[in-house]
Design a protein around this ligand. Structure first.
Ligand SMILES: CC(C)(COP(=O)(O)OP(=O)(O)OC[C@H]1O[C@@H](n2cnc3c(N)ncnc32)[C@H](O)[C@@H]1OP(=O)(O)O)[C@@H](O)C(=O)NCCC(=O)NCCS
Length: 215
């Protein structure tokens, strides 16, 4: 069952959260990720203790249908989490755990990786346990991550790739104001088949435009 969490975040909330987060980390996210909060959701650094929950929620057929296969064992997820910490320390990648209010462990992930050595362009990806689809967690968390990428990491372009057949993934990106820039033909190998992907991007100015529309 999906939990019911308000779907619309106010703009003030994530911006305020980011402002305090920025102060808290002095923009040095490579040492540790800040805790970001909006209504109903906390984003925080992954912990090794999240591995069991992630294994249970992110390895189902529904979740993995259109994404690179996640680890399939507890040890595999624990290794992934340690790798994520090392990559963050190296300044190449960050991974936020999605924790709904009332939960202690992660029910999904937002990942952001650099596409150039300065992290000016970045690619993000996300996955959420199926029970939380349609709950509003994605939109609330995405707002926080986008602001973090632009204001704390300093990225000026955030790209996402979604298999064309991934209706929910594409719908989610469209909904938050990402712009579809094209189709990457046969760019993603999944289950022995090359799939077309949509290329989506968000620039800071797109955010202000979509804020005006939403407002
Ligand atoms: C992608 C993901 C994080 C989005 O979270 P979510 O809670 O499902 O997203 P939301 O429900 O807020 O938004 C999805 C939107 O797509 C719409 N949608 C669903 N199926 C659709 C389809 N076949 N075609 C078009 N739009 C569709 C939904 O109606 C919703 O829009 P609405 O709220 O305006 O009705 C989640 O679905 C997930 O983890 N999927 C598996 C992993 C994955 O595919 N990751 C993305 C890789 S790009």
């Amino acid at each position: 069952m999906a939990t019911h969490i308000p779907t619309r975040v106010t703009y003030e909330l994530p911006r305020a959260a980011i402002a305090s987060a920025t102060r808290a980390v002095s923009s040095n996210w490579k040492e540790a990720l800040p805790v970001l909060k909006a209504e109903g959701i906390t984003l925080r650094e992954l912990r090794v203790s999240d591995a069991a929950s992630l294994l249970a929620l992110l390895t189902t057929d529904e979740v993995t249908r259109f994404i690179s296969p996640p680890p399939t064992t507890l040890e595999g997820f624990e290794r992934f989490i340690r790798w994520a910490h090392r990559e963050r320390e190296a300044g190449r990648y960050i991974c936020f755990a999605i924790v709904p209010d009332g939960y202690d462990t992660a029910v999904g992930l937002f990942q952001v990786r650099q596409l150039d050595p300065l992290f000016g362009t970045a690619e993000w990806g996300f996955a959420l346990g199926e029970a939380f689809w349609g709950s509003g967690l994605f939109v609330s968390g995405a707002e926080l991550v986008i602001e973090f990428a632009f204001e704390c990491i300093g990225a000026h372009r955030l790209e996402a790739r979604a298999a064309v057949d991934n209706g929910r993934g594409n719908g989610a990106l469209r909904k938050i104001g990402a712009v579809q820039e094209g189709i990457l033909r046969k760019s993603f190998l999944r289950n022995g088949r090359y799939l077309d992907q949509s290329l989506w991007a968000i620039l800071p100015e797109d955010r202000w435009r979509s804020k005006a529309v939403w407002g």
